[in-house]
Write a protein that binds this ligand. Structure first.
Ligand code: ARG
Length: 458
């Protein structure tokens, strides 16, 4: 038998494989709440504009609430033959209230219906991600505050570069996650226009009030062009782009935690709650959560690329290709929230090994720049010459198998006669970080000021 919703011109129903490739109900049932919200707003508007009667609108309203409670109660029988969430809901509505159900779809199409449902869903996700980002920022702030003056090596090329503080390092991620928040907020703002009432593509001849439905659904305004309204998936792409960047940040932090928790580094220890063991090697504490967070960027960025690729060649307006938008966004969204929650838990529980980090900070001639700066400041050497002198001293220390502070004053003076004993003051890692007071630098006083600034902003 042909489809009850659109089968008027068909003699037979679809092939089973046609039905399988066409149906989206397996995943778009996640839009049930948004679909019903959109339909309720639409029905109320149809009544307010006199397009349907108040009595029918009331029956629709009641019926939709029943459908919603059936779905939320797990009592709803989803049907693949009915393709998607929109037709599943409407068909059940008809079973419950009869004839008025058929009036709901006046001045509407599944094209604007799915566009509005999906926007509402993605908008909710922006809010959920914002909350999750706030939580991770707070976890980072708490750890940064405790470690504002804990010295560790700062790296470039993963080679020891200059001493920094752990607090400063963690605050770098606060900056990143705060930018992520603003990216999601920005995307949310831009997506907050209602496509409902664009109908199939051209608008409608019914005297609808799109401002009314937009307002009822919490949108700032209706979208301005009916063709764009039904063919636009920028909102999903912007969400995925912001999610990709956020996942990239999570992945970098995860990578650092993986490295830092190795036996070679021992900078941090993950709590038991966030570690896993090995079935053969009894000593193991593996950072599986960090590794999985590091991997999540693969599917999240993959979703972004997948949807961009789906959209890039589509002529206006709706094509069924666009049905492929939802699984990508659902998967990316679920995994982003999971990764954020896992990282928040790991950071909260993590213990840093202050002594190990401070010792590591003193290796690799990490205060060589401080020595060069001293030569500039105290002996008035041009920086390039100071760099050369310091390089010679590093080579000397290396040949003697010691660090810079272990050289004798005589060693120093053999390279540059003007060097005085007070040079040793700048070779300690504590003094090094304390001296980096330039705005944004790693001095503990700066780090504390930044923590206070962020706490004030949140
Ligand atoms: N299930 C469809 C989707 O997710 C709904 C829109 C269908 N519209 C249509 N004209 N076939 O995109």
């Amino acid at each position: 038998t042909s489809n009850a919703m659109w089968g008027g011109r068909f003699a037979t129903g679809p092939d089973a494989i046609m039905e399988a490739i066409n149906a989206s109900i397996g995943f778009d049932k996640r839009l049930a709440r948004q679909d019903i919200e959109g339909s309720r707003a639409h029905a109320a508007m149809l009544a307010a504009t006199g397009i349907i009667t108040d009595k029918d609108a009331e029956a629709i309203r009641e019926g939709l609430l029943t459908v919603l409670s059936e779905i939320e109660g797990g009592k709803f029988a989803f049907s693949t033959a009915l393709e998607d969430i929109h037709m599943n809901v409407e068909s059940r509505l008809k079973e419950i209230i009869g004839e008025p159900a058929g009036r709901l779809h006046t001045a509407r199409s599944r094209n604007d219906q799915v566009a509005v449902d999906f926007r509402l869903w993605v908008r909710d996700q922006c809010d959920a991600v914002d909350g999750a980002l706030l939580a991770i920022i707070q976890a980072l702030l708490a750890q940064a505050e405790a470690a504002a003056d804990w010295v560790m090596p700062g790296f470039t090329h993963l080679q020891v570069a200059q001493p920094v503080t752990l607090g400063h390092h963690l605050m770098a991620y606060v900056e990143m996650f705060a930018r992520d928040r603003s990216r999601f907020a920005d995307a949310r703002k831009r997506m907050n226009e209602s496509p409902l009432g664009a109908a199939a593509l051209a608008g409608t001849s019914f005297p609808i009030n799109r401002h009314m439905t937009a307002e009822a659904l919490g949108f700032d305004r209706p979208t301005a062009n009916s063709l764009d309204s039904t063919s636009d998936r920028d909102f999903a792409l912007e969400y995925l782009a912001a999610a990709s960047i956020c996942a990239m940040h999570l992945s970098r932090l995860a990578e650092e935690l993986v490295i830092w928790s190795t036996a070679q580094f021992r900078f941090v220890r993950m709590s038991d709650r966030w570690s896993t063991g090995s079935s053969i090697m009894p000593q193991k504490r593996n950072p599986d959560a960090a590794e999985l967070i590091r991997a999540k960027i693969g599917r999240i960025m993959g979703a972004n690329v997948a949807l961009m690729t789906v959209m890039k060649g589509l002529p206006l307006t709706y094509s069924k290709d666009m049905q492929e938008d939802k699984e990508q966004v659902f998967d990316a969204s679920d995994n982003l929230l999971l990764a954020l929650a896992a990282m928040t838990g790991m950071i909260t529980d993590m213990t840093a090994n202050r002594d190990v980090m401070e010792k590591a900070a003193a290796t690799g001639f990490s205060t060589a720049t401080d020595l060069a700066d001293w030569l500039v400041r105290e002996l008035n050497l041009p920086f390039r010459d100071a760099h050369h002198v310091t390089g010679t001293l590093v080579a000397l220390a290396e040949s003697k198998g010691c660090d810079l502070p272990d050289l004798t004053l005589a060693d120093m003076q053999s390279v540059h006669a003007g060097i005085r004993a007070d040079v040793f003051d700048v070779l300690g890692v504590q003094n090094s970080v304390a001296s980096r007071t330039s705005y944004g630098g790693t001095a503990p006083s700066n780090v504390r000021a930044q923590i206070a600034r962020w706490k004030g902003l949140l």
